[in-house]
Write a protein that binds this ligand. Structure first.
Ligand SMILES: Cc1ncc(COP(=O)(O)O)c(C=O)c1O
Length: 384
């Protein structure tokens, strides 16, 4: 095995998946683990895919995606987030936002470059950065309600910094930056010689007001790669549709990596995505409302039991600080499974700054959530 790629040997399956795989076969366990929306994909989107199949739209598309889809994405981004991107040169349809992230890192990073990540952090970035022989620099955001600030950035940015990831709304914490907080980061970053990777996958799942993209501020578009997609907003995780928006020159390089990587996103999924981006403007609203109610219920339950927790501003995750003496968050998560039959993701899956927390996903039915919360409460009462 030593003759394999060293970086690949060093990375591991994400802590989320490892924990999920450990418990997924046991039907008696209530799983509040993965970020898999429990709603079906909206019917008009499924219909569009069926029509595409019947019309034999089963061929390759342009590497960047069908042009009418890119035009629809361009309109969507203008109307929703005040982002203006040329569908011919600045938009790419990817195989889930995961692949958009991969080609972004591979297009900009050289060995030894540093990438700043606000932690606790979604585990999908660090391995990609490592495979580019670059280095992740984690910034501890626990004292600022998991929101990255210009001051924190200033303490970590240096001549090796190639990029900063701005991952809000946040998985795992549910933290959302206000317009003003985003503006402050943009003001700081607009003068710095770094790329900004704005992972905005949860932008439609904001509980109050609307999402502000960091790319929409003055001086930001030319250095920002916006990542978005349909997995969470339209409950389309299995369709694998993501989006990257970037300035023309950078995008022309990203397209090269994308071409050799996957050629193009699935044609049938792209036709479904066209329906989502043209007729699915409000599809996320009822889901977002349901997620709010569920997250609120979890928040109230934790507060009632004296657990430190922030009320998320969006997503469907909540990230309570639950500690048991002499136990790591992984051991605590295993103990919860064994003694209470409920599974949450240990905070350490989101870097060592997540130690002492657990992530609960409310992307499950009300019934499952209620039972899960009841089991957590009885565990807290008996064992903490
Ligand atoms: C913050 C964030 N970015 C990216 C992804 C990847 O999603 P997908 O590849 O399904 O678009 C996820 C998935 O959970 C995520 O939480």
């Amino acid at each position: 095995m030593n003759n394999l790629n060293k970086e690949v040997l060093d990375i591991e399956i994400s802590g989320i998946r490892r924990f999920y795989n450990m418990i997924s076969d046991n039907k008696d366990i209530i799983s509040l683990t993965i970020g898999q929306p429990d709603f079906p994909t909206p019917s008009h989107i499924k219909e569009a895919a069926k029509i595409a199949l019947d019309n034999n739209l089963t061929n390759y598309s342009h590497n960047a995606g069908f042009i009418d889809l890119r035009e629809a994405i361009s309109n969507w981004m203008i109307e929703k987030y005040d982002l203006s991107y040329d569908p011919y040169h600045e938009i790419l349809v990817s195989t889930g936002s995961s692949q958009a992230l991969d080609i972004t890192f591979r297009s900009i990073l050289n060995p030894g470059d540093e990438v700043i990540l606000p932690a606790p952090i979604y585990p999908g970035y660090e391995p990609l950065i490592k495979m580019c022989k670059a280095k992740s620099i984690l910034v501890d955001t626990r004292s600022t309600n998991f929101k990255l600030t210009p001051k924190q950035l200033d303490e970590h940015i240096n001549s090796k910094t190639k990029a900063v990831v701005i991952p809000y709304p946040s998985n795992p914490t549910g933290a959302v930056l206000s317009h003003n907080e985003t503006y402050e980061l943009a003001s700081y970053l607009s003068n710095k010689d770094v790329y900004v990777i704005a992972d905005e996958l949860y932008s439609e799942l904001i509980f109050a007001g609307k999402h502000t993209s960091i790319a929409s501020f003055k001086g930001m578009k030319n250095k920002t790669i916006v990542i978005n997609g349909l997995s969470k907003s339209h409950s389309m995780t299995g369709w694998r549709i993501g989006v990257a928006l970037a300035p023309k020159e950078l995008m022309s390089n990203m397209i090269k990596v994308h071409q050799y990587n996957v050629t193009c996103a699935s044609s049938i999924s792209q036709r479904a995505a066209f329906a989502a981006y043209t007729n699915g403007f409000d599809d996320a609203k009822p889901m977002s409302k349901a997620y709010y109610n569920r997250v609120r219920k979890a928040f109230d339950k934790f507060q009632k039991n004296g657990i430190d927790v922030n009320m998320p501003g969006g997503t469907f995750y909540i990230f309570p600080e639950i500690k048991k003496p002499n136990m790591t968050s992984l051991e605590l998560a295993v103990d919860l499974v064994e003694k209470a039959g409920v599974a949450l993701i240990p905070g350490s899956a989101f870097s060592h700054f997540g130690e002492g927390y657990l992530r609960l996903s409310c992307a499950c039915s009300e019934k499952v959530l209620d039972e899960g919360l009841a089991r957590i409460e009885s565990y807290l009462t008996r064992y903490l």
